[in-house]
Design a binder for this molecule. Sequence first.
Ligand code: NCD
Ligand code: ZN
Length: 348
Amino acid sequence: MTKTKKLTLIKPDDWHLHVRDNKFLPSVLADTTKRFCRAIIMPNLVEPVTTTKLAGEYRDRIIDALPNEYKLTFDPLMTLYLTNNTKPSEIKTARDSGFVHAVKWYPAGATTNSSKGVSDIVACYDVLEAMAEEGMPLLIHGEVTDPDVDVFDREKQFIEQFLIGIIQNFPDLKVVFEHITTKDAVEFVKSAHANVGATITAHHLLLNRNAIFQGGIRPHHYCLPILKRELHREALIAAATSGDKKFFLGTDSAPHTKSTKESSCGCAGIYTSHGGIELYAEIFEKAGALHRLEAFASFHGPDFYGLPRNREKITLRKTPTPIVDEFTFGDEVCVPFRAGGQLTWSID
Ligand code: NCD
Ligand code: ZN
């Protein structure tokens, strides 16, 4: 069999992305817009995006910061940050805006800028009801926050403690289990009804938890949910490359400054937008599933969200591209995934 050297596909979308705000936006948007037509923009700013009004203002700042060539074509798909005080009426406002496409549930304290998240999901049931009615997807950071639960078990526990119940109580609610990291999550999503989908990051497909401790502590491999054992990574690869339409691309590219990563209490998050599609091509090629990359990256997401598929195309080539050691991020620097190494695929 000859090896594929060139691959043309419908330009993908990123169904889970952090671009931060203000001076940081231009530093990361060029990488995303080159590879993706649309991206689901996470609302976990320092002051979270809790209303449609705030989402509209944030969207304007993103559009202002876009590279000129993508100003008219890149579509930031905005999300709202669910809190204990979100009103059901806000969901109707969000739907009517046309630019809010989902609501994100961060269990309070689960990850970066989640302290204002939900401490009691039952108090939000009226909002979830409104979301089911409006066809507004719920995006879930699926980890329990109990400090007594082992950090590697928090996703599995979340399925048992919360997810099963939510899905039973709201069968019409579209739910995306974000950045899944375990075999348990894969099995749960596969067995759930068709309104349940999941995003999978490139870093969880490429690395297992040994990468956090390889020859010393590696802050740039620290993200949440934390990397898991090899058997979980293998289950994620099987799911992503299976062709199952419940699984789709979401980079969870999450830039932090070098100084906040390389610290005695470093931030969680890995920047991968510079290889936002190339890293997945590497994974799919290794799994002998390059023919399924386009569906995972460009079809399953819009189909799940009920949005049209893109029409523009991109071409990938099996040409190695070097990765910088760091890049300017606002007035500081950020260390990208695989800094100083290379991408095995490149984009035209
Ligand atoms: C994300 C961030 O930095 O905003 N961090 C991460 O490790 N993935 C938040 C998140 O998605 O959990
Ligand atoms: Zn995220």
